[in-house]
Design a protein around this ligand. Structure first.
Ligand code: F6P
Length: 328
């Protein structure tokens, strides 16, 4: 929707799980806004920091030499209190007192919803950028950090393959994604996994053991099962136990965990984060808000924020078929 409030000052925060490329997004937001004569504040520690009035004024040098670094220079937090309307009202008052005209939120689903509610309840101009390794935000084909996280996991699995092959072992490698299959799917296909376990599917031990046995029969010396962490901790150990019970296969478990969230962003993450920051600020300054900078059909566009509030799960049966077809 197009509006005409004059924006002279903005604040930017990162929220939820950090993701590689968030720094590139901050840099792009800050430098695009400064270039348009806008005063820029960084808010440290996400919505929590906003409630603590934790602002720093930013200039072009504040975002110098950060493009190659993972994490977020603004730091981040998960802030369940922000679900309460009275807490959001307090946040709005803090922004008003500071003279902030608009808020830029870089984060995942929870962060988008917080921004949307601030905009709905208080008329605050808000723009969001997708920052999560899970790539599960509705309305965008891509979220900042996904490529780096997948590459980190692929590198790790390649190393695990070396030892799996040398010892003729089966490994269950657990990747991140409580409700998102995207990392598991991409890592599984890119590492030639024998089977991929998705959070949205019920566990099929018979299928996993038949995939492993089929490989062994035709002379494979190692097997890799990629498993998304799912909502309950311990899934990969459950698979290990059941495989042993079902078919005597004694698999090793490797949980990759938070290494997937760290590290230097790939060029894909750097480029898209830079583009998204620029598009978001240009949209904001032309009165187009609340929006989210979204990657749609190969281009970054501003999309109405209300279309981007849901979670999507990138599990697609034809990709499982692809993984299975190539790992015979
Ligand atoms: O940010 C997304 C994510 O990394 C998920 O893949 C994972 O399930 C979750 O965050 C872990 O969150 P935390 O670091 O807060 O335990």
């Amino acid at each position: 929707m197009t509006q005409n409030k004059k924006i002279k000052s903005i604040a930017v925060l990162t929220s939820g799980g950090d993701s590689p490329g968030m720094n590139c997004a901050i840099r792009s937001v800050v430098r695009t806004a400064l270039g348009r004569g806008i005063k820029v504040y960084g808010i440290k520690r996400g919505y929590l920091g906003l409630l603590e009035s934790n602002f720093i004024e930013m200039n072009a040098s504040s975002v110098g030499n950060i493009i190659q670094h993972g994490g977020t220079i603004l730091q981040t937090s998960r802030c369940p209190e922000f679900h309460k309307s009275e807490v959001r009202a307090k946040a709005y008052k803090i922004l008003q007192d500071k003279g902030v005209d608009a808020l830029v939120v870089i984060g995942g689903n929870g962060s988008y919803n917080g921004g949307h509610l601030l905009s709905e309840e208080h008329g605050l101009p808000v723009v969001c950028l997708p920052g999560t390794i899970d790539n599960d935000i509705e309305g965008t084909d891509y979220s900042i950090g996904f490529d780096t996280a997948v590459q980190t996991a692929v590198d790790a699995v390649d190393k695990i393959r070396d030892t799996a092959h040398s010892h003729e072992r089966t490994f269950i490698v657990e990747v991140m994604g409580r409700r998102s299959s995207a990392i598991a799917l991409h890592v599984g296909v890119c590492t030639g996994a024998e089977n991929i376990v998705f959070p949205s599917e019920s566990l099929d031990i018979k299928q996993i053991s038949s995939d492993i046995k089929r490989g062994i029969k035709r002379g494979k010396s190692s097997s890799i099962i990629i498993c998304a962490e799912g909502n309950e901790p311990g899934l990969s150990y459950k698979i290990k136990e059941e495989l042993l019970k079902d078919s005597g296969i004694d698999a090793h478990v490797c949980i990759l965990g938070h290494i997937q969230r760290g590290g230097s962003p790939t060029s894909i993450d750097r480029f898209l984060a830079s583009r998204m920051g620029h598009v978001a600020i240009e949209a904001l300054l032309s009165g187009n808000y609340p929006i989210a900078a979204s990657f749609v059909k190969g281009e970054v566009i501003p999309l109405d924020l209300s279309q981007c509030l849901g979670k999507k799960d990138e599990y697609l049966p034809h990709f499982t078929d692809l993984a299975r077809a190539l790992s015979i």
